[in-house]
Design a binder for this molecule. Structure first.
Ligand SMILES: [Cu+2]
Length: 323
């Protein structure tokens, strides 16, 4: 691969030198013969080619969007996910509409006002009206989008977390570990200096809140119950990404970050809906954190309260685990 890149750089370098030499040749021949304007026919052909490029370009945009539609965000499975999707749809709708309006005009004008032998350019210095229109219209639209974005953001980040389940999501190269807060719903104190042997989370076992904490390698969540995920990291910055729930948060060494949300569709229901009996929600790392980053993921299971409670009972408390 490296050899190929060196080869490519050498080839491109030679081409660049050849082009520079050519420019010198052309400019010296122009000095000799005087500059020759392109003919009307040449200008017309260039204008038509630019129109043809526009059609190819816009059709290409549609083709790519449709071709890769299935790798866009999957169906939302959380309470706030619909708000985020609506914001996304509005933003994309406006962007696409403006794109489809301005691009054809741009290319059409390049064709319409192409050079002509008899043509004479109009001297157009300034128009306050035009300046006002193309300043105020984008400013109003952008301000609207930004206000809408801020409103959605504060709604998502300040949701009702009354009675929320507290789960710690702990990242390290290259896996995820989860700690449930247990019956007291309060996580015991933890600090990197207390990491020892199997106690990879560095939980302080002398803290009274630690004894009922439960450490697992699977993330189970009860349906329709708010959950507060508290993120920590052992080594480098990772990013916890749960695409189906429209959740993403950096996990930063030395601090706790958090995201609260409510899953609204169980794994079982999503399997029926997608017609895929193997379907699993996933937690991915979305920050390139090292060599095995691509492999840093865990299944997430959303289930009924009953199923969740019975799974919880099977897990052993941290105090009972052997370090
Ligand atoms: Cu990563």
């Amino acid at each position: 691969m490296t050899n190929f890149l060196i080869f490519l750089i050498v080839v491109l370098g030679i081409i660049a030198v050849a082009q520079v030499v050519r420019i010198f040749e052309l400019s010296s021949s122009m000095k000799d013969e005087g500059y020759k304007n392109p003919s009307d026919k040449e200008n017309r052909v260039q204008g038509q080619l630019s129109l043809a490029f526009m059609i190819f370009f816009i059709l290409g945009c549609f083709y790519i969007t449709i071709r890769y539609w299935d790798v866009l965000l999957p169906k939302s499975a959380s309470d706030h996910g619909n708000d985020i999707d609506l914001l996304w749809n509005w933003s994309m709708g406006i962007i696409i509409a403006v794109f489809l309006l301005t691009q054809p005009i741009l290319f059409y004008f390049a064709y319409k006002y192409r050079g002509r032998k008899e043509g004479k350019a109009v001297h157009f210095a300034h128009s306050n009206k035009l300046e006002l229109i193309w300043t105020i219209v984008p400013a109003v639209v952008l301000a609207g989008l930004i206000l809408y974005g801020i409103k959605t953001w504060s709604k998502v980040m300040n949701g009702d977390t009354e009675g929320a389940l507290v789960v710690e999501v702990y990242s390290r190269q290259f896996d995820w570990t989860f700690r449930y807060a247990g019956e007291d719903n309060t996580l015991g104190y933890a600090h990197p200096s207390m990491i020892e042997g199997a106690n990879i989370l560095g939980v302080d076992m002398k803290d009274e809140f630690s004894s009922d904490d439960i450490v697992t390698t699977e993330l189970h969540l009860p349906k329709d119950r708010p959950v507060i995920l508290k993120f920590r990291s052992q080594d480098v910055i990772h990013s916890a990404y749960l695409p189906h729930f429209r959740v993403q948060m950096n996990t930063v060494p030395g601090m706790v970050t958090q995201f609260a949300f409510t899953p609204t569709v169980s794994t079982e229901e999503m399997r029926e809906e997608t017609g895929n009996p193997e379907f699993q929600y996933v937690l991915l790392c979305n920050k390139i954190c090292g060599t095995a980053h691509y492999n840093m993921q865990r299944d997430v299971i959303v289930e009924s309260d009953q199923d969740f409670e019975s799974w919880m009972k099977e897990q052993s408390k941290l105090a009972e685990a052997e370090f």
